[in-house]
Design a protein around this ligand. Structure first.
Ligand code: C5P
Length: 247
């Protein structure tokens, strides 16, 4: 739906990591300047699509992060249904395979209210909860982690998806091999003044943009800040100079 984001504020996606509709509205009302919200499984399973409609009627963009992974027919059905909501970005696991990914792309086009509202389908390559050791010993994948994530991004690209979720540390490699049109959506971003929390391999917002990230998914440094509006503005200011130089 949207191509590469333009302004610094458009590049920041804030996750609505809360469990109820009431908490979600409270956060959205507290941060009226945020235009792009991520809705994940916990909140969507709890509230259903009514929250999406409410946010859209308030002019917000939505990243629907439901990480679909199923057989082709079911993937197509899920993408057709989800595309009716007119969201900007949606996630699917690349490991669903080529037939399922192609079916998802076709169904997203069919389900969208108009050709200009087809969501960008973004691949999940490997969950960050899987580390190098688990990839080899538990999942029995005989590849380096970075090579595996690259192969999954290439598979997604060959089958019609338009971007992938990645750590900012993987962004340069993916940018190099997937090309400049490939959308890189990066969590694991921490300003120098914020807590790392449970994120391990972080980059600052300006480092992440320099590394090639299109969208930064930044939650707690904004939502848990003493002054969330100020935190958001500080991040926008930090990346503004870098964004200017990449336009
Ligand atoms: O609060 P924080 O900035 O860590 O939030 C990051 C968001 O991005 C959370 O919603 C988290 O689930 C999501 N995410 C992530 N790492 C991934 C994929 C998604 O942190 N690999």
């Amino acid at each position: 739906m949207t191509g590469h984001p333009r302004s610094p504020a458009d590049r920041i996606i804030v996750p609505l990591d809360v469990a109820s509709e009431a908490d979600a509205y409270r956060l959205v009302e507290r941060l009226p300047q945020i235009s792009f919200w991520k809705i994940g499984l916990e909140l969507f399973v709890s509230t259903g699509p009514s929250l999406l409609e409410q946010l859209q009627s308030a002019g917000k963009k939505i990243f629907l992060d439901l990480k679909f992974h199923d057989i082709p027919n079911t993937m197509a059905g899920a993408c057709r249904s989800a595309s009716r909501y007119g969201v900007e970005l949606m996630t699917l696991h690349a490991t669903a395979g080529p037939v399922a990914l192609q079916a998802a792309v076709a169904a997203a086009q069919e389900g969208s209210p108009s050709p200009s509202e087809v969501p960008q389908l973004i691949a999940v390559t490997l969950l960050t909860s899987i580390d190098e050791r688990s990839l080899a010993f538990d999942l029995k994948v005989p590849l380096e982690l970075s090579d595996y994530t690259l192969q999954m991004a290439l598979l997604a690209r060959q089958n019609g998806l338009t971007g992938s979720v990645c750590s900012p540390h993987e962004a340069p490699l993916l940018r190099r091999w997937c090309g400049k049109e490939w959308l890189l959506v990066c969590p694991g971003v921490r300003p120098t003044w914020s807590q790392k929390g449970d994120q391990q391999r972080v980059m600052t917002p300006s480092q992440a943009v320099k590394a090639g990230a299109d969208y930064l998914v930044i939650g707690r440094p904004i939502t848990q800040a003493t002054n969330p509006s100020e935190a958001f503005q500080t991040i926008c200011d930090e990346i503004a100079a870098v964004v200017e130089s990449t336009l």
